[in-house]
Design a protein around this ligand. Structure first.
Ligand code: XMP
Length: 326
């Protein structure tokens, strides 16, 4: 499609000055497109939607309505950060939707990974639709589409965008970063003053921790994933690995093993650590983590995360394994 091709004349945004120029140009274009109408945006807190939110806040302020859906599968501290950055610091019009019970109830007993993805995607659209109907006078829908999404529309990101809004809610699209590559989106995000841990965030799947709590999701295992992931991220940040390792996380499978705690036999979950390097997620190699750090992280997880009695390190490259366990 003609208007989905990045203009040949467009310079790569590699510096702060180029990012500032892009922002100035987009702010003007957005004001012209939107006028005094209202725009809706699903704000996950990921890099792309956060940059779009920040651009639109700069362009049209409170005419932007951001909807942040907490589906219970976000990492520790993420919903709080979205509220702090966008509502408290940027004074955005932010609707926070606590849909945790709703998602977890729908997912109860569902063990097939693709079925889980479908439920999460479909429920997300439903929650977003309900919020859209509560708003008056919305004429535009903003999206964090970036250029690789257009180029690889059958790629990683597209396959889990389940369905869309119904006919009567098909707003005109606003996609201010659709010609940008990821590194350019980050440059623009920095220039807009977004925090580094948002701008340089590692890839995080749409279904979130749901695919890292394998099989049928239970609240106890989900908390074990969230808490162990928080420890892993904290230790990687403290030890200078956060910017070097492409993606790192923990998974809690749905089988237990025996252990001993306080002289008594335990029957608890294992935590699996995964830390991979990759360029575009189609292949991945294993990062060599210092052994002492792995020991330290293991000790912390075993002493701080309830219901866990073993920590494993996954050495499998992609292929043969995939990055996620599901
Ligand atoms: P796999 O596990 O297929 O993952 O090697 C490749 C990359 O894609 C991410 N991933 C997803 N991202 N929705 C997403 O938005 C998904 O359903 C999904 N599944 C995997 C994964 O984290 C890795 O970066």
């Amino acid at each position: 499609m003609e208007n989905n091709k990045r203009p040949d004349s467009m310079e790569r945004i590699t510096t702060r000055a180029l990012a500032d120029a892009f922002i100035a140009e987009q702010v003007e274009a957005l004001r012209k497109q939107i006028g005094n109408k209202k725009v809706l945006l699903a704000l996950s807190g990921g890099v792309d939607s956060s940059v779009v939110a920040a651009l639109l806040i700069k362009a049209v302020g409170k005419q932007l309505v951001c909807v942040h859906v907490n589906h219970g599968l976000l990492r520790k501290g993420e919903p709080e950060q979205v509220i702090r950055v966008f509502r408290d610091e940027m004074d955005a019009n932010l609707v926070y939707v606590d849909a945790v019970d709703r998602f977890l109830d729908k997912l109860a007993g569902v063990s097939d990974p693709e079925e889980k993805r479908k439920i999460i995607g479909a429920e997300f659209v439903r929650v977003f639709e309900e919020e859209a109907r509560k708003q008056d006078g919305i004429e535009f829908l903003a999206q964090g589409t970036i250029y690789p999404d257009i180029l690889e529309s059958d790629g990683v990101k597209a396959h889990h965008n389940v369905g869309g809004l119904p006919e009567d809610l098909r707003f005109e699209l606003v996609e201010p970063v659709k010609f940008l590559y990821k590194d350019e989106v980050r440059e623009v995000g920095r220039a807009l003053g977004l925090p580094d841990n948002m701008v340089y965030r590692q890839p995080f799947p749409g279904p979130g921790l749901g695919v890292r709590c394998t099989g049928a999701i239970t609240r106890d295992r989900l908390e074990a994933v969230r808490e162990s992931d928080a420890i892993l991220r904290e230790e990687f940040e403290k030890n200078g690995l956060a910017g070097k390792v492409w993606q790192y996380f923990t998974t809690v499978p749905d089988y237990r093993s025996t252990g001993i705690r306080d002289g008594k036999r335990s029957w608890d979950w294992p935590v699996i650590i995964r830390a991979v390097n990759s360029v575009d997620a189609t292949a991945a190699t294993i990062e060599e983590i210092p052994y002492a750090l792995l020991h330290h992280i293991t000790d912390r997880i075993l002493s701080e995360v309830p219901g866990v009695n073993r920590v494993l390190y996954d050495l499998s490259p992609k292929p043969i394994a995939t990055i996620e366990w599901e």
